[in-house]
Design a protein around this ligand. Structure first.
Ligand code: FE2
Length: 348
């Protein structure tokens, strides 16, 4: 029996499998999903994969209690085996396999195209992929990377109190997330991540959007901003209210010095993202920046991952970003003259 938005969901699922991950006839497509995620999304993607000639398998499993390597012990053995033995893998898990052992093996095997769409519901998939003009989005993001990667010194501020400066690494890659056509780890359209030179990152980041760390640090929207004080790329103090306390306890529980090192910066630029659904969408709010600590994937390090017990992300809303003194965004809106027209075409 048809249910709400069946047609829009299938269209978005088909677009994801065909246009974003670029499945080809005869390829193996693995879709993973944990029990708290919306299974309907996996089902429609599986149908799309079949229609496009892929060999499809859906792995549905109980929900781990943590992200990344923290979820390893909860995963069935066949899942460990499957993730690294496929051409394409779409992850729909709420508690991310991302940065865990199966993920690391998969994204470094030179074969698997991994697309992390953690926890996306029907509505989210429709708005964040189905209703996005992907060619324009790609052009916009490519231009953002061109401008940003040419710069050495960057600053990020926002009205909540974020005040950061750092230098870009001349050789590290830029993880420009729009399509997932190459082997390795990819994310939902509308994010551009990179790892600055750790020793140059100084200041404060105030998470006034959301925090996502898995387990007890899976906070979602913050009621009270959480402030990280960062010196030379290392988190030295967490300030705020109850949520800051929970985050601090989670760091202590993980008991891993590598958790305190900045893993990446990221721009959020999905034109349709809305705050308050899941991290995957929260961290793509147009004009936000997002900061990850802990496990540093190879798409950021440019080589081996920097292993850590887990990974935690926080979102700073409505940022002003400068690259070698030139403003890209001001209070979350794109102002750079080379980006304005494309941003307007995307509805901003
Ligand atoms: Fe992250």
């Amino acid at each position: 029996m048809p249910t709400m938005k069946d047609l829009e969901l299938f269209k978005a699922a088909y677009k994801t499998v065909k246009e974003i991950i670029g499945i080809r006839e005869g390829e193996s497509l693995l879709i993973t999903i944990d029990s708290v995620s919306e299974f309907r999304v996996a089902e429609e993607m599986a149908k799309a994969g079949e229609a496009l000639g892929a060999k499809v398998m859906v792995a549905w499993h109980s929900t781990p209690k943590g992200y990344g390597m923290a979820c390893d012990p909860y995963l069935p053995d066949p899942l460990h085996a499957a993730c690294e033995n496929t051409d394409a893998w779409i992850e729909l898990n709420n508690q991310w396999l991302l940065y865990g052992t199966p993920w690391t093996k998969a994204v470094t095997n030179g074969r698997t195209r991994n697309l992390m769409l953690g926890g996306l519901s029907t509505d989210q998939l429709i708005r964040c992929i189905g209703e996005v003009d992907i060619p324009t989005q790609r052009a916009f993001q490519e231009k953002v990377v061109e401008i940003s990667s040419a710069a050495k010194k960057m600053t990020v501020t926002n009205k909540a109190g974020t005040d950061l400066e750092f230098e870009n690494h001349p050789d590290r890659p830029w993880a420009n997330e729009h399509v997932a056509h190459t082997p390795g780890g990819h994310f939902l359209t509308g994010q551009i991540g990179w790892a600055p030179v750790e020793e140059t990152v100084n200041g404060v980041m105030v998470f006034d959007g959301a925090i996502s760390g898995g387990g007890e640090a899976d906070i979602g929207l913050v009621k009270e901003p959480v402030t990280y004080v960062v010196e030379k790329g290392r988190l030295i103090e967490i300030k705020g209210g109850k949520e800051a306390d929970a985050v601090r306890r989670w760091f202590e529980k993980l008991n891993d010095p590598n958790m305190y090192i900045l893993a990446h910066a990221a721009y959020g630029f999905n034109p349709n993202a809305r705050l308050g659904f899941t991290t995957t969408e929260d961290e793509r709010i147009w004009g936000c920046t997002e900061w990850g600590f802990g496990y540093q994937g190879p798409m950021y390090s440019g080589g081996d991952p920097r292993v850590a017990a887990s990974h935690i992300d926080g979102v700073c809303l409505d940022c002003t970003v400068t690259a070698d003194g030139a403003e890209l965004t001001r209070d979350g809106e794109v102002v750079h003259p080379e980006l304005r027209d494309l941003a307007a075409k995307l509805g901003h």
